[in-house]
Design a binder for this molecule. Sequence first.
Ligand code: MRU
Length: 353
Amino acid sequence: MNILELSRPVTADDAVLWDQNRLLLLDQRRLPHEEVFIHCENALDTAAAITDMVVRGAPAIGVTAAYGVVLTARDAWRQAHSGWKAAMEEDLARLAAARPTAVNLGWAISRMKAVAVTLADEADPQPALLAEARSIHDEDIAANHTLGDLGASLIQRKTCVITHCNAGALATGGYGTALGVIRSAWKAGKLEHVYADETRPWLQGSRLTAWELERDGIPVSLLADGAAAARLAAGGVDWVIVGSDRIAANGDVANKIGTYSLALVARAHGVKVMVAAPTSTIDMNCPTGADIPIETRDPDELLSCGGKRVASPGAGAWNPVFDVTPAALVDAIVTERGIVHAPNAEKMAPHMG
Ligand code: MRU
């Protein structure tokens, strides 16, 4: 993996780039202080970049994995020619295992595999697979614009909102899911101010959401994660708007750790909760939130901050990085296909058709 800089200004839409036959990922671990890219040369680099949070956010992970499949097919074709399909298997398994919670990862790899099986053993697989990866990328951007506008239509009057983690352009193919709604609401003149939870331990709110919104001129203030209840109690916030890593068939929502507590306090204060996500995040094979695999990461991520140990030397840590918000606490799931109000299994099934 090489580190490189672009010769033009970087935007939040540059999170995942296919550039001159190379996969470049904006290194989100270094934002907002450094805007540098990691060049993934093969599928193993790509899997490591996903695991290590160079790229993160469910749809962005899916788009990245799709390009990772192109890289592995290219290598397999060079090395094994007509045996390229079998030669890819190990890499595909490594890519699929890079992170467990975001279903977009497995979804994108399945789409790529479905194209691969249709290709002749003797044909160079890159053109067809690259076209599919580009479609996954472009469709995600289009879905975010559609669901962003739909989500914004739910906001009745000019108001403040709270968001958690980063569900922006950086976390997707572009535009963002929760931040797509926020961007559309801002354009429609319905948004007064965004409160962004800082989102311990990776600080996606402080580092990434604030960086994105600032660049768009959307006013943003950070909240310590524990301050959200007090902010809601103070009034003036009509909506909590978040993204998701996986939505179960009954409408339960896995998202960044702390989303569940935010939804509970929102309900306690009569504030509505909107989950904005493309249908690629909905897993109809997961009956309920209890079936969603929740990633637990290294305790050191919680015990340290900015690479420096902050916790008492003898303390351990429990570090699940996602939680499940029960569908009963969600007022609306917004996808590119429409809005599911008060989601449950009976409403999700026809939505997914
Ligand atoms: O650990 P992360 O940063 O990958 O977690 C990301 C989130 O929880 C996002 O809210 C989610 O993936 C939706 S992104 C549109």
